[in-house]
Design a protein around this ligand. Structure first.
Ligand SMILES: [Zn+2]
Length: 387
């Protein structure tokens, strides 16, 4: 692409990104933030409006003076298709520039092998892409496993190894594949509890514990995308083996499998359900369940402290079962967290906050990283050529 073409789009991209972060910002405030003259801002906004990327609406004026114009991303613009592959089920949705997310198809995981699921997902994706002619610009997949490029290299909870996801491209669209916990962290950092924080550590307990460090909205997932496997740090009991192949994993100390061990019960078939049942029993007054919950909360707090010492986030967001652990055994979690922090951190410990986006987090994050691709010089040039 020529340098002139890149320069042509830069102001438009800056304005569009700002409007997505601050929906309803006035044109005057946007111009000031971006250091644009009023004339340039008006011209760029008009161009974006013509391309169905931006809506301009009259805004309530602040008292005296001329009525102002509020800027919103347009729901009529480019879309991304989002796929969520979870432990027991799947979902395909479309996301628009405003952050709207509409479910197009969902189902249970058909059996345990990858092939029938991938076939069902491809059918659902084809139908979704055809339902919005020329508008779906990328496919973004969130999956409960470790990802390298377009490959799922290990998914202990699904029982899968080395699954190629590259044909989930809706025909021939750009494809992004990410770990569900990492994408949930992106969502929390951009649109959830951690909006506005610089460096966010997001942790989510479901079956095991996943997470990501998000720095200024960007997930740090390593050279190949397989980073962020905090659950396989040796913060657990060295005598306990993990399905990942290692021993002593933190995964095995914080979830339903740990609760079952602490209650001297056999390993559960569905550790997530076992954990939610144990949390409910603890709330209902079962002393054994409450002890198991407290031990898991303490194990969680100790590991979070180690990660805070190592990574120095502004804020830690806790999703999945970590939120009820904080709610029901906050004292144990906070005590072991504080005890694990280096002394200089203790007067003002990095706050721990429940995540706010819940089960939609991975899909919202998947849409965000896909729009990062679509809202590029190349992506907008393509969009303008087809509009
Ligand atoms: Zn492990």
């Amino acid at each position: 692409m020529s340098r002139a073409a890149v320069a042509r789009w830069q102001g438009a991209l800056d304005l569009l990104r700002l409007v997505r972060q601050q929906p309803g910002i006035t044109r005057a405030a946007a111009a000031q933030t971006l250091g644009l003259s009023s004339g340039s801002a008006t011209e760029i906004a008009a161009r974006l409006r013509d391309l169905r990327l931006l809506d301009e609406r009259p805004a309530a004026s602040g008292g005296r003076g001329r009525p102002t114009t509020a800027l919103h991303a347009s729901p009529e613009g480019p879309l991304v298709a989002v796929v969520d592959i979870r432990h027991a089920d799947w979902e395909v949705a479309v996301a628009d520039l405003t952050g709207g997310l509409v479910t197009r198809a969902r189902g249970r995981r058909p059996g345990t092998r990858p092939a029938p699921l991938l076939a069902a997902l491809r059918r659902a994706l084809d139908k979704t892409v055809q339902g919005y002619p020329h508008r779906v610009r990328a496919v973004s997949v969130a999956v409960a496993g470790t990802v390298r490029g377009h490959r799922l290299v290990q998914a202990s909870t699904l029982g899968w190894h080395e699954v190629d996801l590259s044909r989930l491209d809706g025909g021939s669209l750009p494809l992004l594949v990410g770990n569900d916990a990492s994408l949930a962290g992106v969502a929390e950092a951009r649109r959830g509890t951690a909006t506005g924080a610089r460096t966010v550590l997001h942790l989510i307990v479901e079956v095991g514990i996943g997470g990501v460090l998000v720095d200024r909205g960007t997930p740090l997932t390593g050279a190949t995308g397989a980073g962020g496997e905090f659950g396989h740090l040796p913060l657990g009991d060295p005598a306990v083996a993990c399905p990942c192949g290692a021993t002593g994993c933190w995964d095995m100390a914080v979830d339903g499998r740990a609760m079952a061990r602490y209650r001297r019960q056999p390993p559960p078939d569905d550790p997530w359900r076992y954990a939610t049942d144990t949390l409910a029993s603890a709330r209902a007054g079962s002393a054994g369940a409450a002890r198991a919950v407290r031990r898991c909360a303490a194990n969680l707090g100790r590991g979070v402290a180690g990660l805070v010492n190592a990574l120095d986030p502004d804020l830690v967001t806790l999703g999945g079962l970590a939120a009820p652990l904080l709610d029901q055994a906050g004292e144990q979690l906070t005590a072991s967290y504080t005890a694990g922090l280096m002394a200089f951190r203790r007067p003002v410990p990095t706050p721990l906050r429940p995540a706010s986006l819940g089960a939609r987090g991975p899909m919202i994050g998947a849409a965000e990283v896909a729009f990062d691709e679509v809202l590029s010089e190349r992506g907008l040039t393509d969009w303008a050529a087809r509009s």
